[in-house]
Ligand binder design. Structure first.
Ligand SMILES: [Zn+2]
Length: 245
């Protein structure tokens, strides 16, 4: 039944992508880790009509899948991210307008806002173009994701990671807002990027202190219980990945 809950969460998250304008029609895809497997949305399926039973179960190593429908064409990308990034438990791929504008212009998103650098770890890189579903796209995306929770795929859209599905959705929303703010700021004379040391501080603050519950603060325990809690082991050093190239 735990698997059913995860399938249902993906269906609801897909609807939220549509409702919040982060994607349109059947574009974009979402997944979450399920042990040695992942659960992923099927290829070309309307989010409004998608049912939990139609979410596809895919082996992370072999990419063999079980389900009524074919998994998303970006299945190799999602699986490669889970293999490469143990702290990541959810991946959301969007075709959001302002993120896509930067991707179309092949312009990196500089680290221009506090919330952006807290949740993503710095500016967001655009990686060179590759056709969807190819190994080339996978390798470009993994490179661009180094030390970051998001990447822009040239002329395509965004890939957003999270330690939970909620966090991956939040990454997608914060990225889209920052892309929008950046474009507006360009009209006001140009956005001013944050300093590297401030980015490191903000990221550390987000990972280790932000959102801490009062009972955890007072008891000093329970740090591993909440899925949104930072995993210190995995996230350590992520902030030192350097600025967006
Ligand atoms: Zn796409």
């Amino acid at each position: 039944m735990e698997m059913y809950e995860a399938r249902r969460a993906l269906v609801l998250a897909g609807r939220r992508l549509l409702e919040t304008g982060l994607t349109v029609g059947t574009w974009g895809n979402l997944s979450c880790r399920a042990g040695e497997h992942m659960l992923i949305t099927p290829s070309g399926m309307d989010y409004a009509a998608l049912r939990p039973a139609e979410i596809v179960l895919v082996n992370l190593s072999s990419l063999e899948w079980t389900g009524q429908l074919k998994p998303s064409t970006e299945t190799p990308l999602h699986a490669a991210i889970y293999r490469a990034r143990p702290e990541v438990n959810a991946v959301v791929h969007t075709h959001a307008v302002f993120s896509s504008a930067l991707a179309a212009a092949r312009r990196d998103l500089p680290p221009v806002l506090d919330d952006l650098v807290q949740i993503i770890g710095g500016g967001v890189r655009v990686v060179p173009y590759a056709l969807p579903g190819t190994n080339e796209l996978v390798s470009h995306a993994l490179g661009g994701l180094e030390g970051r929770m998001a990447v822009l795929l040239a002329n395509h859209g965004a890939v957003c990671l999270g330690r939970s599905l909620e966090e991956a959705l939040m990454v997608a929303q914060v990225l889209e807002k920052a892309a929008r703010v950046f474009l507006l700021a360009q009209a006001l004379g140009g956005a001013v990027p944050l300093a590297d040391e401030d980015i490191v501080f903000m990221r550390e603050f987000f990972l280790h202190r932000y959102g801490q519950r009062q009972d955890e603060v007072s008891s000093g325990s329970g740090a591993q219980k909440d899925s949104l809690r930072p995993s210190e082991k995995h996230m350590e050093g992520e902030t030192t990945g350097g600025g967006a190239a």
